[in-house]
Design a protein around this ligand. Structure first.
Ligand code: E4P
Length: 218
């Protein structure tokens, strides 16, 4: 399973890239706004920090303008993935860009039917938002199960399931059990993955006992 980080905070990306766990980055207009920086500058900086795909989202609603914006974004770096909304215009733009060999992440996916369309449009990634479904009382993970099952039926569906809107480590482990290709994690959730109270307790005990020996490794 690949891990992307869901942030436009370059300081945090740098820190987490150093762990060797990062396979890519996803941004969206809200995350860019939160960074307080210019969109194109942030994306360029992130592309320098991470080798894998860096999703940069268009803001136009019609396919023609989406393609014009995509032309600007894809010039930033080879690893830019154009993020397009799951609308008919987004799908049209996706088909066009995918045919040109451009990596596309179709975002704001909330149903299996939408995910089928993203695959048919040749998207490199589809982003189902699990947390936002959970937030309205629907089962986000059930959607991941449906999409993974459907995609497995068709050899010609090459789209990777990029689980988005992740809120906690359980989302990550459940997505991994279902065979989702990618999870995009808020930095706090990525850090949470390594945490366990018994790890901390066990380590404290081992260190206390080690002190008693008076021994040294180096
Ligand atoms: C994914 O690409 C989106 O940027 C993100 O996962 C949305 O998450 P949110 O629902 O926490 O805003």
């Amino acid at each position: 399973m690949k891990f992307f980080i869901d942030t436009a905070d370059t300081k945090e990306i740098k820190e987490l890239a150093a762990t060797g766990m990062l396979d890519g980055v996803t941004t969206n207009p809200s995350l860019i706004a939160k960074s307080g920086r210019k969109f194109l500058d942030v994306v360029a900086e992130i592309c320098d920090l991470v080798e894998g795909p860096v999703s940069a989202e268009v803001t136009a609603l019609d396919a023609e303008t989406m393609l014009k914006e995509a032309a600007v974004l894809k010039k930033i770096a080879k690893n830019v993935a154009i993020k397009l909304p799951l609308t008919w215009d987004g799908l049209r733009a996706c088909r066009h860009l995918s045919d040109e060999g451009v990596m596309v992440n179709v975002t704001l996916c909330f149903s299996a039917a939408q995910a089928i369309l993203a695959a048919k449009a040749g998207a490199a990634f589809v982003s189902p938002f699990v947390g936002r479904l959970d937030d309205i009382g629907q089962d986000g993970m059930h959607l991941i199960e449906e999409i993974c099952t459907i995609y497995r039926q068709y050899d010609n569906f090459k789209t990777e399931v990029l689980v988005a809107s992740i809120r906690n480590p359980i989302h990550v482990t459940k997505a991994a059990k279902l065979g989702a290709h990618v999870a995009t994690l808020p930095p706090a959730v990525l850090k949470q993955l390594a945490q366990h109270v018994l790890t901390d307790k066990g380590l404290a005990q081992f260190l206390a006992d080690w002190q008693k020996t008076g021994d040294k490794i180096i």
